[in-house]
Design a protein. Structure first.
Length: 327
């Protein structure tokens, strides 16, 4: 195996809610760690796995990017800079690897707001770009979080990230899903306690699933609208699908059933690394799926024909996209 030590591509994942996004995020973090070990970055005296981190980059109007990154400096400006801010040495002068990870976390939390876990922080887009330019941050993958409306602001920021991190191209990828299966998963997720942390928790007004899928609460094509920055009150026309094709011909897209193949294509193409390169013990401890148990056992063919048709009409464009790129 030969990794790409000087990558030209930066993977950019367009995250659609309930389409295996949490699974992709877990793999991205594991691949980032393994890549930098294989690249030899773990030979630095202040290396720990805490140098593989996650940032929530704040954009305008509440939008957000999630970035998986490696920091060769712990954001201090130099590879051993953390030693100037914390006593991490044993009496014999060697680095105490039990103390070092906490020191790295403490320093980064002192300059950036901590998010939900010790390896995640919140940062403004301007400050993030500065860290990319100074090489304190080496981005591994950018995730465009599923927030409305539109991805235009995200794309502007990503263009800057690519420029300042000295990459040449973005490698865009996304995962699509059968619209009916996604509607089932989304309905249960937003009406259950599993989504308590989401801003859209308990937002569905329909009393039951059958009412929901024949209502306008079902998204006609969230992906298409965000890709083309279309407002909710704009009618989707056939030419919008043509416009989408102009974007999507540069994407790598797969169905949720082929998510592992897509992950390998993207990260092998960008960095020369594959899922099998990650150690088994890391995989067991870190793989996460935000999987919503499908408690709605209603098969599409068992629905009343009138309800079926309403759903098919409402999700026509989503189905067109899924069939075009995943079947």
């Amino acid at each position: 195996m030969s990794i790409i030590k000087d990558p030209e591509y930066l993977p950019v994942f367009h995250h659609i809610a309930k389409n295996a996004g949490t699974y992709v995020l877990s793999w991205t973090q594991m691949l980032c760690r393994r890549y930098h070990i294989l690249r030899g970055d773990n030979t630095q005296q202040c290396w720990t796995a805490n140098r593989i981190r996650r940032l929530l980059v704040q954009l305008e109007n509440g939008r957000q990017l999630t970035v998986i990154y490696y920091t060769p400096t712990d954001l201090t400006g130099s590879p051993d800079g953390i030693l100037e801010f914390a006593d991490c040495k044993k009496p014999d002068g060697s680095i105490d690897k039990n103390i070092l990870p906490n020191a790295q976390n403490s320093y980064i939390h002192s300059i950036l707001e901590q998010a939900s876990d010790p390896q995640t922080n919140i940062i403004s887009s301007d400050k993030f770009i500065q860290f990319c330019e100074s090489k304190d941050i080496v981005p591994f993958c950018v995730i465009i979080d599923p927030m409305e409306p539109g991805w235009l602001e995200a794309r502007k920021c990503i263009d800057l990230i690519i420029k300042k991190s000295e990459r040449k191209y973005a490698l865009h990828f996304s995962i699509l899903r059968d619209p009916y299966k996604r509607a089932q998963s989304l309905f249960h997720y937003l009406t259950s306690d599993e989504s308590w942390h989401e801003p859209t928790h308990d937002s569905i007004q329909a009393k039951n699933f059958e009412d929901y899928i024949q209502s306008y609460e079902v998204e006609d094509s969230w992906f298409l609208r965000n890709l083309l920055d279309m407002p909710d009150d704009q009618i989707i026309e056939p030419y919008h699908l043509t416009l989408a094709d102009e974007w999507l011909r540069y994407f790598r897209i797969a169905d949720t059933s082929k998510v592992d193949d897509l992950i390998n294509q993207v990260f092998h193409g960008s960095y020369g690394i594959l899922q099998p390169d990650v150690e088994d013990w890391v995989l067991k401890n870190n793989i996460h799926k935000n999987s919503t148990p499908n408690k709605l056992k209603i098969k599409f063919q068992d629905l009343d024909p009138t309800i079926q048709q309403k759903f098919l009409d409402r999700t026509y464009w989503d189905r067109k996209l899924w069939e075009r790129y995943c079947k």
